[in-house]
Design a protein around this ligand. Structure first.
Ligand code: GLV
Length: 308
C-alpha cells in the first residue's frame, strides 16, 4: 500500500513530509522514484502527465494537491475511481485577503497616493464611505463565499451572483442570467471567483464589461480564460473600467509582450492569491483518505461532466 505523490514542477518534499506525518502507515513515493505500480492505492497529484494515473491497477482514489481541476480535465484516460479536489480553508482565506487588498486599494486610492508620493503631492482624494462602496462577487462556491464574507466583515456593501440560488447573511444574492445585468449595474468593483469550465470560458466578454458601472473596477482571482482579454482591454482603453487587478491569465507565465504588463490601469500578480501549503493542506487530504477508508462521503468530488 503506497501513496504516489506528484506535485509536478513544484516542491514534493514538503508534501512527502506532511503526508507522512498525517498518514504514517502509508509509504509515500514521489513520481519518478522506483515504484511498483501494483502497490499504489492513492495518488496525490498536481499537473500529472496525462495517462500516468492509468498505470496503477489497484488505485482507489486520486487527490488533487491544488484547488483547480484542469489537470483532470486534460487527462482523457483518468481512471474510474473517486477524484477528490482540494478545499483547504487556509487557501480560501488567503484568496479572500488578496481580493480585500484590491478592494481597499481601489476604494481608498492607494495606487494614486503611491504616484503622488513620487511628486511629493499632499492631496487627499474624495471617496465614498466604506458602507457605500459596493463589491460584487461572481461565483459563490467555497472561495467566492469566503471572499464575500470577508469583504463584508470590513463593512463594504457586498452582493454575490451565482447560477444557483444562494443565501448569505448580510449579502444580497442574485442568481441566474435574468439578474446578471442588474447585479453588474450596481457594483463599484466586480470580483471573479467563477471556476473555469466550458460554460464559463470567456464569460467576462464585451457585454459583461459594458454592463458594469462606468468607472468601476475588476478583480480576477479565478482563472484567466474566464475573461476575454481583448474585451477587458477594450473596456479599460475606453475608460469605461477604471482598473483591473489580475492574478490569473489564459497563458501563464503571462507572455512578456502581453499588453497587460504595460497597461497603466492593470495590476498584474503572478497567480499568487492562494498558494497551497502542505503544512495545512496535507491534513485536509489525510482526513479525506481516512473518511474513504471508513466508507464515508468525501468532499469536494471532481465532477467529470462539469469539468470542475
Ligand atoms: C491554484 O490556482 C490552485 O488551483 O490551487
Amino acid at each position: 500500500m503506497t501513496i504516489l505523490l506528484n506535485n509536478h514542477g513544484y516542491d514534493n518534499e514538503s508534501w512527502r513530509r506532511e503526508i507522512s506525518r498525517q498518514l504514517p502507515e502509508l509509504p509515500v513515493k514521489v513520481f519518478g522514484e522506483s515504484i511498483d505500480p501494483n502497490e499504489v492505492v492513492y495518488a496525490m497529484v498536481w499537473n500529472h502527465p496525462a495517462g500516468d494515473l492509468n498505470r496503477y491497477p489497484n488505485l482507489k482514489a486520486i487527490f488533487s494537491l491544488g484547488a483547480g481541476a484542469e489537470h483532470f480535465v486534460a487527462d482523457a484516460s483518468l481512471p474510474d475511481v473517486p477524484v477528490i479536489l482540494l478545499a483547504d480553508p487556509a487557501v480560501a482565506r488567503d484568496m479572500a485577503a488578496h481580493a480585500l487588498y484590491w478592494v481597499l486599494t481601489f476604494h481608498r486610492r492607494y495606487a494614486d497616493y503611491r504616484s503622488q508620493q513620487k511628486d511629493r503631492i499632499w492631496h487627499r482624494k474624495q471617496i465614498v464611505p466604506t458602507r457605500e462602496f459596493r463589491a460584487g462577487v461572481f461565483g459563490l462556491g467555497r472561495i467566492g463565499t469566503e471572499v464575500a464574507n470577508r469583504i463584508h466583515d470590513f463593512g463594504y456593501a457586498v452582493s454575490g451572483w451565482d447560477r444557483r440560488t444562494c443565501q448569505l447573511e448580510g449579502i444580497d444574492c442574485y442568481s441566474g442570467t435574468d439578474s446578471l445585468f442588474e447585479f453588474l449595474n450596481r457594483n463599484d468593483v466586480v470580483i471573479n471567483a467563477l471556476p473555469l469550465s466550458p460554460k464559463t470560458r470567456h464569460f467576462f466578454d464585451g457585454n459583461i464589461f459594458s454592463a458594469m458601472l462606468p468607472g468601476s473596477f475588476f478583480i480576477n482571482i479565478s482563472r484567466g480564460a474566464v475573461v476575454n482579454d481583448e474585451s477587458l482591454l477594450d473596456a479599460l482603453d475606453r475608460g469605461h473600467l477604471a482598473g483591473a487587478a489580475l492574478d490569473a491569465f489564459a497563458q501563464e507565465p503571462l507572455p512578456v509582450e502581453h499588453r497587460y504588463w504595460s497597461h497603466p490601469h492593470v495590476f498584474v500578480t503572478p497567480h499568487m492569491s492562494g498558494a497551497t501549503f502542505a503544512s495545512s493542506a496535507a491534513a485536509v487530504i489525510a482526513n479525506n483518505v481516512r473518511r474513504l477508508e471508513r466508507g464515508l462521503e468525501v468532499f469536494p468530488m471532481f465532477n467529470r461532466e462539469a469539468g470542475y
